[in-house]
Design a protein around this ligand. Structure first.
Ligand code: PA5
Length: 375
């Protein structure tokens, strides 16, 4: 890890005070985070039961996963996995309408944890109008009602959690449906998730609240990022999806601005933003999400990161997060999980409730007061 001395080390004590954590996290986001491996176990069972009951969907010519925010990121991860091993195009749609190519050979997976997100419900209706085969993944709400009305298969997951703390319940059924309709290869399918659960248990034990900052890499990185605006860089593929996930988790849990980008695209525009950054960047920190496989699989990306680090060196603190694990799925899920822990600890350091999403709720409430669904 490349980083400079952390001026906020004294605030770290709060993370080692279990009573303080209980007060700062009244709705239990850290608890949900610690129990993520069990959520994945449950989600695997739900996914297998769902597929056993529904049978595999017919092979589509394309797949659209439609959802927003915490209900879209699992789709992004599935898309990145399909790009590695699959032979059917997958896109993630974050809008009221589907793209123009959608039709009867397009499988549409509508993912909304609450089931009440208006853009997702609208996209589902658009898919119905276009004659697309559909599958819903939700804990209930309007989406579940629409699916029941239309006789559309609906994978119901347990409700009552924040969507972003339900990634296992959203990602794993989505992967299950896609893997049942497209050949993904062994390293990207459900069995790979199953085989990663022991690894997630080990990570949970390493990053849990009882482990002090001095012996807890998740707390340590949260302390290093305290009071700073993080910029997450991944490489095209799954690490760029995780850069977006880390950004979203810092936004929603820690209530801080954060930014994300991917190489090589970053090297063709945003790199110039660093030219005068030393005049603007006193609280920026860059976090590179890296895969040990990149030096073998993408040596030119590894070289690009080295050059970029030299460009940024005089302007911002820089950190590297190296994905750990033997398999692709272990590294992917482990890096996702690390960001969840770090962002929750960042929230506790900042003294904000990680569960609170008043701004999102306000906007959804205002939109619900309007007539129509916007399509
Ligand atoms: O994390 C969140 O709460 C949001 O990003 C939601 O996921 C987003 O607003 C969409 O809601 P839902 O996941 O219920 O469809």
């Amino acid at each position: 890890m490349i980083h400079h001395a952390n001026p906020h080390a004294n605030v770290a004590q709060v993370l080692d005070n279990l009573d303080a954590i209980r007060v700062l996290d009244p709705h239990g986001m850290l608890d949900l985070t610690e129990r993520f491996p069990d959520q994945c176990r449950d989600a695997l069972q739900i996914s297998r039961d769902f597929l056993a009951a529904q049978g595999a969907p017919a092979r589509p010519s394309s797949i659209i996963i439609t959802g927003l925010g915490g209900s879209a990121i699992g789709g992004d991860l599935v898309r990145a996995l399909v790009e590695i091993g699959g032979d059917v195009p997958v896109i993630v749609n974050r809008d009221y309408r589907l793209p123009g190519f959608a039709g009867p050979n397009t499988l549409v997976i509508a993912s909304s944890y609450s089931g009440n997100t208006e853009e997702t419900v609208s996209a589902y209706e658009h898919a119905r109008d276009l004659g697309c085969p559909r599958i819903c993944i939700t804990s209930g709400g309007e989406l579940a009602r629409h699916a029941a009305r239309d006789g559309v298969p609906c994978c119901i997951v347990p409700g009552g959690r924040p969507p972003r703390a339900s990634t296992g319940y959203l990602f794993i059924p989505t992967l299950a449906v896609v893997a049942a309709s497209v050949d993904l290869g062994a390293q990207c399918g459900l069995n790979a998730v199953d085989a990663s659960l022991g690894h997630l248990d080990e990570l949970a034990a390493e990053w849990r609240r009882e482990n002090p900052v001095s012996d807890n890499p998740a707390k340590e990185l949260a302390v290093a990022l305290h009071g700073r605006i993080p910029i997450f860089y991944g490489a095209q593929g799954w690490t760029s999806v995780l850069a977006l996930r880390w950004k979203g988790q810092f936004n929603e849990n820690a209530k801080v601005h954060a930014f994300a980008n991917a190489l090589p695209e970053q090297n063709h525009n945003e790199i110039l933003g660093w030219t005068r950054a030393s005049q603007q960047s006193s609280i920026w920190s860059v976090v590179y999400l890296r895969d040990p496989q990149e030096t073998e699989d993408q040596p030119r990306i590894a070289r690009r990161i080295a050059v970029l680090q030299a460009v940024i060196a005089s302007s911002a603190e820089q950190h590297e997060v190296w994905a750990a694990g033997d398999s692709l799925m272990e590294r992917l899920l482990g890096t996702l999980y690390y960001g969840d822990f770090v962002s929750v600890y960042a929230a506790l350091l900042a003294g904000v409730d990680p569960t609170d999403i008043a701004g999102i709720d306000l906007l959804k409430g205002e939109m619900a007061n309007l007539n129509g669904n916007g399509r």
